[in-house]
Design a protein around this ligand. Structure first.
Ligand code: AHR
Length: 334
């Protein structure tokens, strides 16, 4: 202590300067940006992304879009495939929190059960962006924004088209429905939108509705059961192209002509679905765009910089008939 008091003036000045620099440096690290935790202050954004899985053509196109866009935007991407399991997504998000990534983005496999892990991300000061699918958390401060489709609208557009097609029908029109995985936002919302739209015509009746998990195999298997259990099926509403494509095999194997004996409506508009529509095996598709990568990277940069972003960004989409599919197919990217 005594020695300290006897320091010369230049030495004291150097010590003060060093401590100012040290404190300033620590403060600068802690405030590296207002938007995210940040692993290292090297100016590069690191994003931890938890993907649902690889269940459909849509998902493959979505993963490609995210990986390509991250590379193009100069964002370092840590990517995890949850294989359609919520526990895997929670584990991946916790890993990203531990690694102190700058931004976490994910497409939640189901809507419920995210509050705890989202709170952990918030406590770690890591901003979260929901993409493609949303969560049902009441506390909207747990995530910065949700970028994705209006799934209720997609179901409604599918239902409205059917109502128009069957407006002259005198007897009951028997509809079977292939749902996405149980608890997923697109499964819940497409069912809701479709159901509300077809209520306009009491002749339209859903006689069976089961999950086919958004996969071709699921669609085929459940359609086989529908065909065995129901003598007269007039319409199939599949929550995505892949389940519709799987169902085509079951319908053909049962000796029926898809698109004629059974009207087929799907959602997505991936290339294989569009081809089936152009070939007259499907009859109508409500589009759901998987090309979310560029907007997601843009949002990541904004939230990392502490900029305000809209709470909800809705993807622009359309619908396709057979004629429109024929026209659009040559330029279809996915
Ligand atoms: O969340 C989007 C849905 O998930 C797509 O419609 C489906 O194909 C995918 O599996």
């Amino acid at each position: 202590m005594g020695k300290m008091r006897t320091q010369s003036a230049p030495w004291r000045a150097a010590a003060v300067l060093a401590s100012v620099l040290l404190v300033g440096g620590v403060a600068a690290c802690g405030n590296s940006d207002t938007g995210g935790g940040g692993s290292k202050d090297d100016g590069k954004i690191t994003m931890g992304f938890s993907q649902v899985g690889a269940e459909s053509g849509w998902r493959t196109a979505n993963t490609t879009s995210i990986k390509e866009s991250a590379a193009a935007a100069g964002i370092e991407l840590k990517f995890d495939d949850a294989q359609q399991k919520q526990e895997n997504q929670i584990k991946a998000i916790r890993n990203y929190i531990q690694q102190k990534v700058d931004v976490i983005a994910f497409s939640p496999v189901v809507e419920s059960g995210w509050d705890t892990v989202l709170k952990e991300a918030k406590d770690a000061d890591i901003p979260v962006i929901l993409t493609d699918r949303s969560v049902d958390s009441a506390d909207k401060s747990l995530y910065k924004t949700f970028l994705g489709s209006d799934f209720v609208k997609e179901g409604r557009l599918a239902g409205e088209w059917l109502v128009e097609q069957k407006k002259g029908a005198s007897g009951t029109v028997n509809i079977v429905e292939l749902q996405g995985n149980t608890g997923a936002a697109p499964a819940n919302d497409r069912k809701k939108g479709f159901g509300e739209a077809i209520a306009a015509n009491p002749n339209l009746k859903i006689i069976a509705s089961q999950p086919g998990d958004f996969t071709r195999a699921g669609g085929k298997q459940v359609m086989e059961q529908f065909l065995k259990a129901n003598k007269q099926i007039d319409v199939l509403f599949a929550h995505n192209d892949d389940m519709g494509l799987g169902a085509l095999e079951a319908i053909t194997a049962a000796g029926k002509v898809p698109g004629k004996d059974i009207t087929i409506i799907t959602v997505d508009a991936v290339k294989d679905g569009m081809q089936a529509l152009a070939d007259g095996k499907f009859n109508f598709i409500a589009e759901c765009s998987p090309l979310l990568g560029p907007q997601l990277m843009d949002l990541a940069k904004k939230v990392h910089a502490g900029e305000e972003v809209p709470a909800r960004i809705e993807t622009q989409e359309t619908t396709f008939t057979t004629e429109q599919a024929k026209e659009a197919l040559p330029n279809r990217k996915y």
